[in-house]
Structure formats: C-alpha cells, structure tokens
Ligand binder design. Structure first.
Ligand code: PXG
Length: 414
C-alpha cells in the first residue's frame, strides 16, 4: 500500500520510502506532488468545476488542444479529448472507421494490430491488442481484426542500446495482410511505436518507416499509440513520432498528459482527417457522433496545462535525453547479473528480461518486484521482464539506487 508521494519517492503504509522507478504506471513524468499542478487543479475546481463539451465549450479545452498541437509533429493539428488511454484508442479506431465512411470507402472496416501490442481494455483496444492473457478471458472480440508479428528476437537483437538493427523486414508482413484481405477492407494499422506494457520492445531501424510507406501506398491510416511513449519518455522530444521521424495519421495519448494527476486522454488527427469531416454536411451538424461526458473536463485541462508548462519550463524532455546515457550505462551494467538474458533501452525506459524459472514463468520477476519494493524501489514486471520508466526529473543518485537494488535482488532470487 502506498500512502504518500513526493518528487521521486512514494511512502508505503509501513512508513518506508520507495523510489518510484516506474513513474507510477508510466505517467508521473514530472515527479510527484508538483505544486504547480496541485494549485492549478485547486483553483480550477473553485472557478469552473465542470462544463459540458456537447454543444458547449470552455476556453481551457481549446488552450490545452493548442498547446498539444505545438508539441505534435505536423500535420497532426486537431485534438479530441478523452479520459484514458483506452478511450483514446477506441476513439482513434472509431475516427478511422468514420473517416473512410465519410469519404465513401465504407468497406474499409478492418483493423491491423500487432502481436504483443497493448492498447488498453476497451473492446476495440483489446481486439487490436496482442497480449494473450488480456484477451483470452473474453471470448470473441471485434471481428475483422488481424495482427502483424511482434518484433522481439533475442537471437538477433539481445542487449541492443536504442533501436535494434534487425527486423525492419517484419513490417513487410503488412503487405502480406493487404494481399490477403485487400486494401479496400482495411481501415487502419495501430502500433505502439515502442511497445511498453509487453516489456519494452523498441522498433527495429527502418521498421516504422516501412509501415508508414505501406500504409500510405494502400490508403490505410497509421495510428501510433503513444500513451506510454508520449511526453518525453524516449528523450529529447515530446512524442516517439518525432523521435523516430515517422508521422502517423492519428496519435493517441494519456498518462503523462496530466502527469497522472487527473485522468485524461487525447487523440490527435491530421489536417486531412479533420478536414474530411468538416468539409461535409451542413455547418451546424454534428460531424462525429462520439464523445464523453468528461471530454475536455476543465479540471483535467487545468492539470494538463500545468503539466505541459512544467515539461516546457524545466525542459524535461531535454533533461530525459541528458540523463539517458547514465541511465543506459547503469541498465546495461546488469548484463552479467544472474538470470539476465536481455537489456534494451532508450531515453528513460529500460527493459531487463530474465530467463524464466523452469516450470514457473513470471515467478522470478515477480519475486524480484516484491523484494525490490521491500528494499525501497518500485519496479514494474510483466512476465519475466522488468520495465523501468522513472520520472524525467531523476538524478544520478536515483539511477544508482534503482539499478544497484535490482542487482542486489537478482543476486538473491533463485
Ligand atoms: N495504450 C497504451 C500503449 C498503454 O500503455 C493504454 C493504451 C490504456 O490506457 P488506460 O489509461 O486506459 O489504462 C495503455 C496503458 C503496465 C501497464 O503494466 C500499462 C498500461 C496500463 C496498465 C499497466 O505496463 N498502459
């Protein structure tokens, strides 16, 4: 149980201090209890606690959208607000369907996701997602969904720093799916530019470029799910799209948008998509029959604006890039630690893959997680992979503490 948080640390119920090596759940990018955000939320609650976004509006939603557009690569220039990553994904998928329909290509209804992808827990996101355990309890999901192969390959890419050299050709599988289903049936391809939840899989060099090229050639929309990669996680810039130099047609975000303080998500779309909706029908008509009671919630907007101001004023994305070499060195120093079979990293994210204990997959990593917590470091594990994604404000001392604790613990787990 966690009861308090400040800066890089939680306090557990028994009073011990716990270094947050996971930004909560990949979201507290500016660290905990940021006064600027707390005060903005407090003030907003007393000023305009709620306003509908159906027929009505309020200035903060437009201000937040404008700030986001400044951070997004062109031509992503319009924003639809949601309340979570899952809602962002389902919104993005619905926008893709409706976009093709308004253009007279209603046969484009198929989605292509990727094995090991995570896109939240709505029916759309779960269907395009590719993590078996997240799907198997729920029977039939959306029809008309196919999956690209994942890009993880230890034989070729173990212990890579940054993007692996091997694997761009895996994007060509999209051509195979296009040949199988026909482009006229495919609405969109959705991928995380770096797969987070499944255990930090970086895109092979040239892979995203090839996906982009194939999508463009066949009139298929490319959606990047940047719920984890957004807001400086990979260093230097706000979004992975810019980091990797590949721009999707639709980009989903959440988490770091409000520093995790108030639930909020958003979907950015290109000018072309926006204009296709807006150029049709009568000016007073509703263009997209979709939205949430809490879309653009004023308090969430206040939290987002304060978070974005911190990212900008403290140059946190540049700071993530500055700290990345020390973080990468410390992560890769675990190479010879017991059980470690791979380490991969970029910016302020690292995946440390352990060999599963024979007959007990996941147990070794789970015990590592529990013991690290007892020793004052919060890590995240998925299967037998440790994922580290600290707040971007971290110090070298924090880096030492997190990786030396993991090393000590790996030396004790069997
Ligand atoms: N897309 C991506 C890429 C995500 O990582 C979602 C969508 C869904 O967001 P919401 O806000 O609906 O949860 C996510 C969420 C983990 C973990 O253990 C990761 C997420 C959520 C819970 C656990 O890595 N990511």
């Amino acid at each position: 149980m966690l009861v308090e948080a400040e800066g890089m640390f939680y306090r557990a119920q028994d009073g011990h201090s716990v270094l947050d090596a996971t930004s909560g759940l990949w979201c507290v990018n500016a660290g905990h209890a940021r006064k600027q955000i707390t005060e903005a939320v407090h003030k907003q609650l007393a000023t305009l606690d709620y306003a509908p976004s159906f027929q009505m509006g309020h200035p903060l939603a437009f201000e937040t959208a404008s700030r986001l557009v400044e951070l997004l690569p062109a031509p992503l220039s319009h924003v639809f607000f949601t309340n979570s990553g899952s809602e962002s994904v389902d919104t993005a998928l619905k926008i893709a369907l409706a976009y093709h329909r308004v253009r007279g290509e209603a046969s484009r209804t198929r989605f292509i996701g990727r094995e090991r992808g995570y896109h939240g827990v709505g029916f759309g996101g779960m269907s395009v997602g590719g993590i078996g355990n997240n799907r198997k309890q729920f029977g039939t999901l959306l029809p008309g969904v196919d999956h690209l192969p994942h890009t993880h390959n230890l034989q070729h890419n173990a212990f890579t720093k940054g993007q692996p050299a091997w694997g761009a050709h895996l994007a060509d599988e999209l051509e195979r799916l296009v040949a199988l289903h026909d482009a006229s049936t495919i609405a969109a391809v959705i991928v995380e530019p770096m797969a987070g939840s499944t255990g930090v899989l970086l895109p092979p060099k040239g892979y995203l470029e090839r996906l982009r090229e194939i999508c463009t050639r066949h009139g298929i929309l490319l959606i990047f799910d940047e719920v984890i990669t957004g807001f400086g996680r990979l260093g230097d810039v706000a979004f992975a799209a810019e980091k990797f130099g590949v721009t999707p047609d639709i980009l989903t975000m959440a988490k770091g948008l409000t520093n995790g303080v108030i639930p909020m998500g958003a979907v950015a779309v290109s000018d072309t998509i926006h204009d296709e909706f807006m150029s049709r029908g009568d000016a007073a008509a509703i263009e997209l029959f979709h939205g949430y009671t809490y879309s653009g919630h004023p308090v969430a907007c206040a939290a987002a604006l304060a978070s974005l101001a911190i990212y900008r004023d403290e140059k946190l994305f540049a700071r993530a890039e500055e700290m990345a070499p020390a973080f990468e060195r410390a992560a890769h120093a675990l190479r010879d630690a017991p059980h470690v079979i791979d380490i991969r990293s970029m910016g302020l994210v690292a995946g440390i893959e352990l060999a599963p204990r024979p007959g007990a997959p996941g147990k070794r990593a789970y015990e590592t997680f529990v013991t690290c917590f007892e020793r004052g470091v919060l890590i995240r594990v998925t299967g037998d992979i440790i994922a580290i994604s600290p707040p971007l404000i971290l110090s070298e001392e924090n880096i030492d503490q997190m990786f030396s604790t993991i090393l000590d613990v790996l030396q004790t787990v069997s």
